[in-house]
Ligand binder design. Structure first.
Ligand code: NAD
Length: 252
């Protein structure tokens, strides 16, 4: 059994927020278990994190939309390390189609990954946290769950709003178990993948017309808040959703 805290981060091997969270929690001396749909970068990131932590930070291929697979991976982590202390639900997917034209497939896939995936991971992490009477969960939502906009598509916005509600109820249920559950709603967080899919004007307009600080968001901006929320200094904070949007969508 490890004496370091065990933190599971989903979708940790992408281009952005997940990998930054995994690196931050490793820097916080947690043993980070990384999962992602794509195996590509996981082995490399796992090696990097293991070097920082000084103990193996394993990786698992995991489609969070597959409830049985989530049960199996979380069961294996608990068997191996005897604990799950921290869970960060970062996996997200979207396809922008207007409601009047959206396929059921798009709606379902988005809800399966963004909302049901978050539920499944919480479903199979919480019993271990309840047994330990301790734990912290952070769900990565989006300001799209607050905004009235056509920018993200209704499936994504609905799923991310659902993540906020799921966060509040799970927090209400589990505070007495020593478990805190919070969410983060990022605004635009730049990564190389987004640079490939959006034209330069998209970022320029965002900077000129939307951001209230003079730069785009960085994955580390979200990772820093995760680090705080899962730590002892946030001991009186649960059920909240915090924006990280450079002032694009302040929430009160
Ligand atoms: N980048 C932004 O501007 C932004 C803004 C608001 C919210 N978010 C949210 O932040 C989270 C991270 O986004 P990011 O843009 O930093 O990307 P990221 O690179 O951290 O995550 C994308 C990863 O999700 C993985 N993924 C996709 N489907 C999956 C599935 N079914 N199971 C497991 N993993 C899967 C991909 O393999 C990829 O590695 C997402 O939930 C996203 O909705 C991002």
């Amino acid at each position: 059994m490890s004496d370091k805290k065990i933190a599971i981060v989903t979708a940790a091997a992408g281009a952005g927020i997940g990998a930054a969270i995994a690196r931050q929690l490793a820097a916080d001396r947690m043993r980070v278990v990384i999962t992602d749909l794509h195996e590509g970068r996981m082995a490399k990131l796992s090696e990097e994190l293991s070097g920082v932590v000084g103990e193996e930070c394993p990786w698992f291929r995991l489609d969070v939309g597959d409830h049985a697979a989530v049960e199996s991976v979380f069961g294996e982590v608990a068997r191996r390390y005897g604990r799950i202390d921290v869970l960060v639900n970062n996996a997200g997917w979207s396809k922008i189609e207007p409601v009047a034209e959206m396929s059921l497939e798009t709606w379902q896939k988005c809800l399966d990954i963004d909302l049901t995936g978050t539920f499944s991971c919480m479903r199979f992490a919480l019993p271990h946290m309840i047994a330990a009477q301790s734990g912290a969960i952070v769900n990565i939502s989006s300001i799209s769950g607050w905004e009235m906009t056509t920018e993200h598509g209704a499936a994504y916005s609905a799923a991310k709003a659902g993540v906020m509600a799921l966060t509040r109820v799970a927090a209400a249920e589990n505070g007495k178990n020593g478990i805190r559950v919070n969410a983060i709603a990022p605004g635009l967080i730049y990564n190389d993948f987004l640079r490939r899919i959006y034209p330069d004007e998209f970022f320029d307009t965002y900077l000129e017309k939307k951001a209230r600080v003079n730069r785009l968001g960085r994955p580390e901006d979200v990772a820093h808040l995760v680090s705080f929320l899962v730590g002892d200094k946030a001991g009186y904070i649960t059920g909240e959703t915090y924006g990280v949007s450079g002032g694009v969508h302040p929430h009160a």
